[in-house]
Design a protein around this ligand. Structure first.
Ligand code: HEM
Length: 123
């Protein structure tokens, strides 16, 4: 099946309920309103609900010794140095240097973690 990647603008078309999106060649296509609604109504990724449960108890316990507080929202969302605590954790996960020997995070888990950052590190 041919997949078309659409880039949508916030402009709405003259017809109610239809949004205009451009495909990769810049051609305008009309897509139903629900695609925009989905984007608008998606709940932001939450630390308590989505991020913390991805760490195992053994990860949390082992990293406490190194003052890396994986289960602590205040630590993980600390904005100092451009959110370096959250960034350093992400770096290890992406480079598969943590947890030592695995199991390494899947692309989907990493995407959720990145979305947590894009959504503004919600609790
Ligand atoms: C800033 C981020 C991190 C730093 C600086 C860090 C550093 C370290 C260091 C120095 C060790 C001990 C030496 C070693 O075995 O390599 C260690 C062990 C460990 N780390 Fe991390 N780590 C980080 C993030 C993580 C994350 C995100 C996880 C899990 C998702 C994790 C899970 C573990 C586990 C389970 C161990 C114990 C391994 C064992 O004793 O067999 N760490 N970490």
């Amino acid at each position: 099946m041919l997949a078309i990647r659409l880039v949508c603008s916030s402009e709405t078309a003259p017809i109610e309920g239809i949004t205009h999106c451009g495909d990769e060649f810049g051609r305008v296509r009309a897509v139903p309103e629900w695609t925009r609604l989905e984007r608008r109504t998606r709940m932001p990724v939450s630390f308590a609900r989505d991020i913390k449960p991805m760490f195992r108890q053994i990860d949390i316990e082992h990293m406490k010794r190194f003052k890396v507080l994986l289960d602590d929202y205040t630590y993980m969302s600390d904005p100092s140095n451009d959110h370096s605590n959250a960034q350093d954790v992400e770096d290890r996960l992406v480079k598969k240097s943590m947890p030592p020997g695995g199991p390494y995070w899947s692309d989907q888990q990493l995407a959720i973690y990145r979305q947590w950052s894009s959504d503004g590190y919600q609790p």
